[in-house]
Design a binder for this molecule. Structure first.
Ligand SMILES: *Cc1c(COP(=O)(O)O)cnc(C)c1O
Length: 446
């Protein structure tokens, strides 16, 4: 039996489209999901899948050394290998955050460093799939001229890099003044057409939808309402389980904005379960910034959702008030006995700074996830002996302004409890000696 995948309407599995069709919505206007021929996948046993994945993992045999393409049969079997656009995404380190875990009250805390990736965020996982399918479409003769996305910064960086690697033009729609300088310069450097719009992310999303609405424009939409990206993003949960030798942790914490990733995390784990590689599921905690918390509000209100106007937050990549994947994220969280927790600016900034003090280098979104975890530990929901994985979604170096502002006590709504500004001294050896000695009184190895 052949491996195969297609788009299916969420509300009607019989309504199907090839993955290489330019189609984003079902006839009823809902989102499309990628479905796989599970019977074909079941012809390999769970242990055969594990062996196959292990044999490819982090090797150089192209493209299977990629954390995404090493699982090609589960992700996107319809792309010819020659059309795959990969920069060996995935395979990021998962490390035991021993000191930080001890500080916050869990012994078995792990951080999955998804930001240690080509463009510095976990958006690479999905973008490699989308751009590869577009290259397949072009090689099939489809008239695609460019790929476009609205972004809070990381999606556009990934799109621009993968588009540049493939030689496909890209157009990115960014909310003016609401992405970090590192995020803005990435698509600029990769030669994308960068449109900085005087609105927020939700406003950019509306405009890019209209621009790509008519397939005759030849501009293909790369936002996560395009479920091709979900297929790549879903490898994050699969990879975490693989890194624990196919053992399932008790909890996985993920920051959520547009919520495609919360859905994707669950989708990958369910596939592992369905194909027998694991026999239990973790619980999922989705963490939101208090200034952009429509999912948290829904969770507190019996899962009744209403969009909101998101307010400014240091966790700018999740500053979204009207998440595209809200419905599918809610149903996924329900299947995983999920919890939604929020963190305010003070909490997220301090959590990131505390983690940094133990050797991490946490972006503000990771700060949101860590702060949410701290609250759930303090409430006794997450217990001391539980194995917890926090998904760190971007590299801290993409958010230097956030770090600088924190240590200069300049962040809005934040008192920097762990600020460590540089000391400016004259070039005077006595003054330097005195300063070192004063400092050493305050710090001891622990
Ligand atoms: C995109 C992103 C998220 C959130 O993912 P969603 O699918 O939008 O919920 C979190 N952190 C970072 C750094 C991101 O770029």
């Amino acid at each position: 039996m052949a491996y195969h995948a297609w788009f299916a309407a969420q509300d009607n599995p019989d309504e199907r489209y090839p993955l290489t069709d330019v189609v984003y919505y079902s006839r009823s206007g809902g989102l499309l999901e990628v479905q796989h021929n599970m019977d074909a996948l079941r012809e390999r046993s769970a242990s055969e899948w594990k062996d196959l994945f292990e044999s490819r993992w982090m090797r150089t045999s192209w493209p299977y050394g990629s954390g995404v393409w090493g699982k090609k049969e589960w992700i996107c079997p319809i792309v010819d290998d020659k059309n795959i656009v990969s920069m060996f995404e995935g395979g990021t380190n998962l490390f035991w955050a021993e000191r930080f875990g001890r500080e916050i009250g869990v012994d078995d805390l792990w951080i999955k460093m998804c930001g240690n990736s080509h463009t510095g965020s976990f958006k690479d996982l999905g973008m490699t799939v989308l751009v590869s399918v577009v290259r397949q479409m072009i090689s099939d003769g489809k008239p695609i001229r460019a790929i476009a996305c609205a972004s809070t910064g990381d999606t556009s960086a990934a799109l621009a890099a993968y588009g540049a690697a493939a030689g496909i033009p890209t157009i990115v729609f960014l909310p003016k003044g609401k992405v970090s300088i590192a995020q803005l310069v990435q698509p600029v450097a990769h030669g994308a057409l960068v449109l900085s719009l005087d609105t927020d992310f939700d406003g950019c999303m509306r405009i890019v939808r209209e621009v790509t609405d008519n397939p005759d424009t030849g501009i293909y939409l790369a936002n996560s309402l395009n479920s091709l990206r979900v297929e790549g993003q879903k490898t994050v949960g699969i990879e975490i389980v693989q890194q624990f030798d196919w053992d399932v942790p008790d909890w996985i914490v993920i920051p959520g904005g547009n919520l495609g990733n919360t859905f994707a995390l669950g989708k990958g784990l369910l596939m592992l379960h369905e194909l027998g590689l694991i026999t239990k599921l973790p619980r999922i905690i989705c963490a939101q910034a208090e200034h952009a918390n429509p999912l948290y509000r829904a969770y507190k209100n019996n899962w009744q959702y209403e969009s909101i106007q998101a307010r400014s937050t240091a966790a700018s990549a999740i500053q979204i008030g009207s998440p595209v994947s809200i419905n599918r994220a809610i149903s996924m969280l329900q299947r995983f006995d999920g919890i939604v927790e929020q963190a305010n600016e003070q909490e997220l900034a301090d959590a990131a700074a505390r983690a940094d003090r133990t050797g991490a280098y946490a972006c503000p979104h990771t700060g949101v996830a860590l702060a949410a975890l701290i609250k759930l530990i303090d409430r006794g929901v997450v217990r001391k002996q539980d194995r917890v994985v926090v998904i760190s979604t971007a590299h801290g170096l993409k958010f230097s302004r956030f770090k600088v502002d924190y240590h200069e006590n300049q962040l809005r709504e934040v008192v920097s409890n762990h600020a460590n500004p540089p000391l400016e001294l004259a070039a005077d050896v006595d003054q330097v000696r005195r300063t070192i000695e004063q400092h050493m009184i305050a710090v001891t190895p622990s």
